[in-house]
Each structure stands twice: as C-alpha cells, then as structure tokens.
Write a protein that binds this ligand. Structure first.
Ligand code: NAD
Length: 359
C-alpha cells in the first residue's frame, strides 16, 4: 500500500527511520520533507526506504495518509484512508460528515481501548507520561524554593509539598518525578482504585469520603455538582498547604472538572505554583488561562500548558513511532487494505468506514 506520513504543526513526528525501514519491506512510503526535524531524524535518514515528497504530492499519491491530528477539509480527498494519531473524536465527531461525503475511511488511534493488548499502541498514555514528567519540571522551575530537603551550612530547608490531583497516566508520572526530586508528595483522584498506585510511588493518598466515580474501562465519571462541591471543600486544606499543585483531572468527552476554586487560590502561600494540565479542556483551576501564565495578587503562579509533549519532541516522536508501528502491524497485515474487521482494537479506532452498514 502507498503510505503517506505528514508533518505536524507542533514538530512531533511518528515514524522513526528504523520503523520506516521495517514498513518499507511491505509498503511504499512517502514522507513529507522535514517531518522528522524536531526529533533530529533528518530527511537523509529516510532516503533508502522512502520517498521524500511535498505535502501536496503525498495528499494526492498516498492511499493511507497518516497525520498527528485531523486534516483540514481542504486537504481531504475522495476514497482514501485517513489515520490520525489524535482524532479528538469526542470533540470532533462532526467531521464524520466530511468523510462520508468523500467516501473516505477515517481512523483515530486515540480511540483504542485501554486494555493490556492495546498498551503498546496507546498514544494517549505515551504522551501523557511526558506531560506528567514535564509538568513537575515546569513547577520546580517556577517555584522559588528547593524541592528536596536540604541541610546546608546556611540552614536546613524542608522539602516542598507537591500535590497531584487526577492520577491517571500523567498524574502517576508526575508523582514519581516529584518524588525523585525529593518532594513530599500527595495525591488525590476520585477513582478509589488509584490509592494503591499512589502509595506505590511513595505518595500519600488524600481521602475525600463519599466522593468516588468510576466507569467501566477505568475512566472517571463526571461528578454531580453537589459532589464536586464536597470534593472542593475536602481538598481545601491540602491545596492551600501545597507548594506545587499539578492537576490532570479529565473526564473523556467532557469539559475538565473545576476542582481548584478562586477561593482556594486566594488562600495559597505566595510563590506557590499550580500547573494545570487540563488547560486545553477548560482547566481544573478556575483561574487557568491556556498557555498564558497567571500571577495572582497574592503571588500564586498558575501555568496552563496545553502541549507539553511537544516540548520534548525526541522522546515524544520515538514513543509515537512505536505506538503507530504497533498499530499498523495490527491493521495492515498485508500489502493491501485488508484490516482485521472483527478485532476490537480495529473496531474501536474505526471512526468512519464507507463500506460499513453502520451510520
Ligand atoms: P484521564 O486523562 O482521562 O484523567 C486523569 C485522571 O483524572 C483520571 O485518573 C481520573 O480518574 C481523574 N479525575 C477525573 N475527574 C476527577 C475529579 N473530579 N477529581 C479527581 N480526579 C478526577 O486519565 P488517563 O490517564 O487517560 O487514564 C484513564 C484510565 O485508563 C485509568 O484508569 C488508567 O489506569 C487507565 N489506563 C489503562 C491503560 C491500559 O490498561 N492499557 C493504559 C492507560 C490508562
């Protein structure tokens, strides 16, 4: 099959030269010129296995076109296969109509089930672990105090207190990173199952009695307003005593839950830092501005980075390349389009198929 790989606006790429070599054994590869630059994968590293082309050439010639995110309507053509690593389908489902009109197939790897079998393809997890790691570095950099306990000739300095709210993949990585830096770590999540994981990375789990919500598949549910209010009250003391608060709470397909109120921020110590990883979905803190740091009158810094993985494009690209390669191994078992239609991973990631009877 003719596979086309497009550049991403944020620099992350998803085909390493080694994976290109492996795929080239079965498929014809087109790679957009300069696509791997941010990961230091120069065009010359692909010459042997792929044709380096312009974006327009790839959009015309490739049959399966792979991009990090959905393409603009103007870039889509009739009767092709489009694969996004991040389809954002929960927010972008209206795009189906375009694929329907064009009779083109649309797939999104980010829709895969969070199962053991799908782990190696899990683009959400791989990028979330980078986000969690970098959130701690960002918080540590912004904090005007030491993170570890230091005993020096000029006195002893206590360790910083780092609280992580929302302990999915990003939150767990943030806790482990903060612990390695020497912080005293605390965590909260409304899924009770998380407590053990929190303790396994040396953090203290903050209990909020009577508030828990978990759906099948391990995701959280949206809390009813009264429960959210109880949660806010119970977390108040822990939040205001923290030097760094990292929030990652998300509910798939919904706006991010507002967990940190303005009132909490007003009571935090000057110099404290909030890193809100839910900024792109409205933020877990009432005062977060996406990608624009806020400093409150009482000296609290609120950071709302929306794309931390792109700040570490070497690892982000390598992880995405591994995820994509594992996924392609599953859906492209031969040199023509012949996917395993009964496979639950394929089914979950298929967003529109002109040959399917499903709407
Ligand atoms: P996510 O990004 O959807 O959400 C982050 C965290 O926020 C979750 O832990 C969620 O419980 C929490 N949260 C939501 N609302 C909250 C609130 N009001 N207060 C506090 N916390 C709140 O999570 P994710 O990293 O995508 O992980 C989602 C689930 O999938 C988890 O159960 C995770 O263990 C599981 N998972 C499984 C696999 C696998 O088995 N292959 C891989 C990755 C993740």
């Amino acid at each position: 099959m003719r596979l086309g790989f497009l550049t991403s606006a944020d620099g992350r790429f998803f085909l390493s030269p080694a994976h290109a070599k492996a795929l080239a054994a079965t498929h014809e590869l087109y790679i957009e010129k300069g696509a791997g630059k941010a990961a230091y994968w120069e065009d010359s590293a692909y010459h042997e296995f792929a044709q380096l082309k312009t974006r327009d050439e790839i959009l015309e010639k490739a049959e399966l076109i792979i991009s990090l995110e959905p393409l603009d309507q103007a870039e889509l053509r009739e009767k092709k296969y489009y694969l996004n690593l991040f389809s954002y389908y929960a927010w972008e489902s209206h795009r189906v109509e375009t694929y329907k009109k064009l009779q083109s197939t649309w797939l999104g790897i980010d829709r895969l089930p969070r199962s053991t079998r799908a782990q190696s393809m899990d683009v959400l997890s791989s990028q979330a672990s980078i986000a969690g790691y970098r959130a701690v570095l960002l918080g540590a950099q912004a904090l005007k105090k030491f993170i570890p306990m230091l005993t020096t000739a000029a006195g002893t300095y206590p360790p910083a207190r780092v609280l992580v709210i929302g302990v999915g993949v990003a939150g767990l990585q943030a806790l482990a990173t903060a612990k390695r830096l020497g912080a005293q770590t605390y965590a909260y999540d409304l899924r009770p199952a998380v407590k053990e994981e929190v303790q396994s990375v040396g953090a203290k789990f903050v209990e909020v009695p009577g508030v828990s919500a978990q759906e099948e598949g391990g995701y959280a549910k949206e809390l009813p307003p009264q429960m959210l209010q109880n949660q806010q009250q119970a977390l108040f003391d822990t939040v205001i005593k923290s030097d760094v608060v990292i929030t990652t709470a998300q509910v798939p397909g919904k706006a991010a839950p507002r967990i940190i109120t303005k009132q909490m921020v007003d009571h935090m110590q000057p110099g404290s830092v909030i890193v809100d990883l839910a900024a792109a979905r409205g933020g877990n803190c009432e005062l977060t501005q996406p990608d624009t740091p806020v400093i409150t009158p009482n000296g609290v810094q609120i950071l709302g980075p929306t794309n931390l993985p792109a700040q570490q494009p070497v690892d982000a690209s390598m992880m995405l390349s591994r995820n994509l390669y594992a996924y392609l191994q599953l859906i492209l078992p031969s040199s023509t389009w012949n996917p395993p239609v009964e496979d639950e991973i394929y089914q979950a990631t298929l967003l529109y198929d002109p040959n399917s009877k499903l709407p």
